[in-house]
Design a protein around this ligand. Structure first.
Ligand code: UFG
Length: 330
């Protein structure tokens, strides 16, 4: 049976959507998450194990016990700003534990691996939309650790025959339309959930971080992609590896840039709520424009977004936040 999957970070925002999608498609799922950021309530089924992916003994046992064929690795620290002030934390958790994890997997015989990667591997874009051939020169530690893991996977492939797919997400957003799982970070730093909290009256105001960028309205352009569309891409990537396809790297975005002001206006329109918006200085390490070309994954894996419009993404996010104003504690 090739349907036994280990998902690390499966209690996190993106991971919980991946687990749900795998379960829908009749995969047997074991979630490994240390709950440093994730929520137990976000794991909707399968086996849940609380623990560290850097614990080689535990990983070896899980692979044996559950006859794991493939792994989806999302467990990581993922805050760009924090990574610049605490590089040690990111190197230890994302790289150190990542390498321990990979080594335990190859020792236990696993040869298929999906890596949760990021647009942050590209750094300041030299052209846009960004395709996979764009130079990778990360400008933050977070993106650096993900790029190094991608490179390490290449070396493990050469030595041990481990095949992998690295999925470079742009801006994950929205929530599963089923309504049971969604975004819940503490502290929250992401634009859409922050604006939702302001719309709910749970936050005094929203601050636009930078208004003098070389963009049409002076605020940053980002490529928002629905988290359920991301989840489906993981399943397609697994199927490709199981079909014997070679290792690959894919971008995942909607190929459209939306400005911060546009996001704020869309939330006002979708929610019918008003809230205070102020303008502030730019955040360190924020590129002006990050827009993906997703041509490659559309061509090679036949991936197609279901929720490609910002308005739909915001609508599903609002359904989650308005029903769970305190996240998983609601
Ligand atoms: N923004 C604001 N005000 C806020 C928060 C964010 O104006 O209070 C702006 C940011 O400056 C940025 C945009 O909204 O222009 C989106 O910011 P997010 O923090 O939501 O997302 P990022 O683009 O910074 O980061 C996301 C992921 C990272 C990943 C990166 C890759 O969170 O993990 O995309 O592009 F590395």
């Amino acid at each position: 049976d090739m349907k036994n999957i280990l998902v690390t970070g499966g209690a996190g925002y993106i991971g919980s959507h991946v687990v749900q999608e795998l379960l829908k498609r009749d995969y047997t799922v074991v979630t490994l998450d240390n709950l440093s950021k994730g929520h137990r309530g976000a794991v909707v089924g399968g086996v849940f194990v609380q623990g560290d992916c850097g614990n080689s003994m535990l990983v070896g046992e899980l692979v044996k016990q559950h006859q794991i064929n493939a792994v989806v690795h999302l467990a990581a620290d993922s805050l760009v700003g924090e990574s610049m002030t605490r590089p040690d934390k990111y190197c230890r958790n994302n790289l150190g534990n990542g390498i321990e994890f990979l080594t335990a997997l190859v020792d236990a015989g696993v040869r298929q691996f999906i890596l949760s990667s990021t647009a942050a591997v590209y750094g300041e874009p030299e052209y846009t939309p960004i395709d996979e051939a764009h130079p990778t020169r990360p400008v933050n530690v977070y993106g650096g650790t993900k790029l190094m893991l991608e490179q390490i996977l290449g070396w493990y492939e050469h030595a041990y025959g481990l095949r992998f797919v690295a999925l470079r997400y742009f801006n994950a957003a929205g929530a599963d339309p089923g309504g049971n799982i969604g975004e819940d970070h503490n502290p929250e730093t992401h634009l859409i959930p922050l604006v939702m909290q302001a719309a709910l009256g749970k936050r005094e105001k929203v601050t636009i971080l930078g208004t003098n960028y070389p963009t049409p309205d002076g605020t940053c352009l980002r490529d928002y992609i629905h988290v359920s569309d991301l989840a489906v891409a993981h399943v397609l990537a697994l199927e490709a590896l199981q079909a014997g396809e070679p290792s690959a790297v894919y971008n995942l975005g909607n190929e459209q840039g939306h400005s911060v002001r546009e996001v704020v206006d869309t939330v006002r329109r979708v929610t019918g709520r008003d809230f205070t918006v102020e303008e502030g200085p730019p955040r360190e390490g924020d590129p002006a424009v990050l827009v993906a070309s997703s041509r490659k994954i559309k061509d090679c894996l036949k991936w197609q977004p279901r929720y490609g419009e910002l308005e739909e993404i915001v609508r599903t996010a609002w359904a989650w936040h308005s029903n769970h104003p305190d996240g998983y504690q609601s």
